[in-house]
Write a protein that binds this ligand. Structure first.
Ligand code: PMP
Length: 454
């Protein structure tokens, strides 16, 4: 149990003892964070009792909000029945088997198997291991290069961060030598004078060009998020995915769809690959599979890959102590029950998704909003000083951090990626709650405009 402390005491202890992810430790020590002590529905509360509407669903994971007693009850029941057992050495457990079967049934038809991990990062490491094993068993040992995209986020282990496309992260360790990056399809930043559709085709053809330069016989796989989340909610132009699909169909390389953010209804289909009509051979999932209540991730494996890796003997030397943890799997089963019972996919596709997009697009009338993007229950806006020239509010893209602080002042958690403000709100929001969120965001935009004298 935690002891009773004042906010100040919590903050002091936090800065003295706790190294936070993706945090500047030096500046955090001087400017400690909010200590979140409870949550309800779409709101979080800090130790001072201040309420915030959490427009990020935690870290894109609590898609059904914080109040889901059935998930807690399922976890509690599993604690009583079997709190832990592993899936190594000829053993399995009931929730893991049940969840594997359930996931195969709700994912696109090519998927026949699942490998469980604890996180999206570990799942992407697993992808690299599966890809290598597949090509070895197919007697194509030259196929080693994995292509990814700039501004992609695939996780934070050495392998997953190598797949990710952030130069500032790559500068801090030695990346895997067989991962290469092509440019991401961010039309607003890189499209120049091209229309969105022209840019989408041009961005896709970068993949074709790179594969052909490297030689198809040397390329093992291409990994991509349907919509790049942490990179700034990069919703690609409509022409992008059909052209990428054509390029992949004409070549024998594996395609991994990283659905850690897009999975489980966020884009208005159960998975982002269904929204964009792509056909992945491997699919990464995590986060919303347990509504963020338990750590669980995994890889959906298609029949094409599974039939090869299960047909030959020899151990697959990979796995985690908590792969298929019974409590995490019980949480996932309860989460999937709610997604199905409450028709969450249909709700996002035909109700709250279109409503959010309508209200979100209206923000483009604001003087400092240069562009809005979004689909389903995900969105981003670009902050600018001059809409016509796309000039930013300050040269080093710090305006996002300024706007984020104004959001907090107005009781709203919105994330900043450079000068993109991004949201990934709960799929269970009502129209009135979406209106409140837009009102809070508008106030923060007004204050940001005033701050920069626009
Ligand atoms: N892939 C994507 C697309 C993600 O957004 C994330 C996390 N934000 C990950 C992988 C890594 O997941 P985790 O933090 O669970 O390791």
């Amino acid at each position: 149990m935690t002891s009773a402390r004042t906010t100040k005491q919590w903050q002091t202890l936090d800065t003295q003892r706790h190294l936070h992810p993706f945090t500047d430790f030096n500046s955090y020590a001087k400017n400690p964070g909010r200590i979140i002590s409870r949550a309800e529905h779409i709101y979080i509360y800090d130790t001072d009792g201040t309420e915030f509407l959490d427009a990020m669903s935690g870290l894109w994971c609590c898609s059904l909000g914080y109040s889901q007693p059935e998930i807690a009850a399922a976890v509690n029941a599993q604690f009583q029945q079997l709190p832990y057992y592993n899936n190594f050495f000829q053993c399995s457990n009931e929730p893991a088997v049940e969840l594997a079967d359930r996931l195969v049934k709700i994912t696109p038809e090519q998927f026949t198997h699942v490998f469980f991990t604890n996180s999206g990062s570990e799942a992407n490491d697993t992808n690299i291991r599966l890809i290598r094993r597949y090509w070895d068993l197919k007697s194509q040992p030259k196929k080693r290069i994995i292509l990814a995209r700039t501004n992609a986020y695939h996780g934070s282990t050495i392998a997953a961060a190598s797949l990710g496309g952030f130069a500032s992260v790559h500068d801090q360790f030695e990346t895997l030598p067989y991962v290469q990056h092509i440019a991401d399809p961010n039309w607003y930043n890189s499209g120049g004078d091209m229309t969105g559709d022209e840019f989408g085709i041009a961005a896709a053809r970068k993949l074709e060009k790179r594969i052909d330069e490297l030689g198809e016989e040397n390329v093992a796989a291409f990994i991509a998020e349907p919509i790049q989340g942490a990179g700034g909610v990069i919703v690609p132009p409509d022409t992008y995915w059909p052209e990428v699909s054509r390029i992949l169909k004409e070549r024998d390389i594996l395609f991994v769809s990283d659905e850690v953010i897009c999975g489980f209804a966020r884009t208005g289909s159960m998975f982002g690959c269904q929204t964009y009509n792509t056909e992945p051979d491997l699919m990464t999932f995590a986060k919303a599979v347990t509504n963020g209540f338990q750590p669980l991730g995994g890889v959906m494996v298609s029949d094409k890959v599974a039939s090869v890796i299960t047909s030959s003997g020899g151990e697959f030397g990979h796995g985690f102590t908590y792969s298929g943890h019974p409590i995490a799997c019980a949480a996932a089963l309860a989460t999937l029950d709610i997604i199905e019972r409450d028709n969450i996919v249909e709700r996002v596709a035909n109700n709250v998704g279109p409503y959010l997009q309508k209200r979100w697009t209206e923000l483009s009338n604001h003087p400092i909003v240069g562009h809005t993007r979004g689909i389903g229950m995900i969105g981003s806006i670009e902050l600018v000083r001059n809409k016509a020239t796309r000039e930013r509010l300050e040269p080093d893209q710090n305006a996002g951090a300024v706007c984020r602080e104004f959001c907090i002042e107005n009781g709203l958690v919105m994330r900043a990626v450079g000068d993109s403000m991004i949201i990934s709100p709960q799929l269970i929001m009502s129209h009135e709650e979406i209106d409140t969120m837009i009102e809070q965001a508008t106030k923060a935009l007004d204050q940001t405009a005033q701050h920069y004298a626009v």
